[in-house]
Write a protein that binds this ligand. Structure first.
Ligand code: FES
Length: 108
């Protein structure tokens, strides 16, 4: 492992889709900052909060919004499009999307 570099990889290292690589230097991300970075064939969202680094998928699982443009709260990131919240340590969804601005029209 290289010193002062962030190595990103999934927690389950026995996964056949396991990918690990150096994505940036530790001093290239500030406190409460989020960065979308390339990893393998996809992107990750690297987050630094309370001095700890974590990485989750860069796109919202709802309609694929870029989470790097969302709002970082205490331990969670809120999707900029419909407000779903994801835990920044596990990537688990904690609040589901809200589609309150959609207007429904009867067809026919
Ligand atoms: S795209 Fe993220 S909540 Fe809809």
């Amino acid at each position: 492992m290289l010193k002062n570099c962030v190595h990103a990889s999934p927690k389950n290292q026995h996964n056949e889709n396991y990918v690990e690589d150096v994505v940036c230097k530790t001093d290239e991300i500030g406190e409460n900052e989020m960065k979308s970075l390339d990893l393998g064939e996809g992107k990750i969202l690297l987050i630094k909060q309370n001095g700890k680094l974590s990485a989750i998928g860069a796109k919202c699982t709802h309609y694929g919004a870029p989470l790097s443009t969302g709002a970082l709260g205490n331990g969670r990131v809120r999707c900029p499009w419909h407000g779903a919240c994801f835990n920044i340590t596990t990537g688990d969804i904690e609040d589901f999307p809200v589609m309150k601005n959609l207007r429904y029209r009867k067809l026919g």
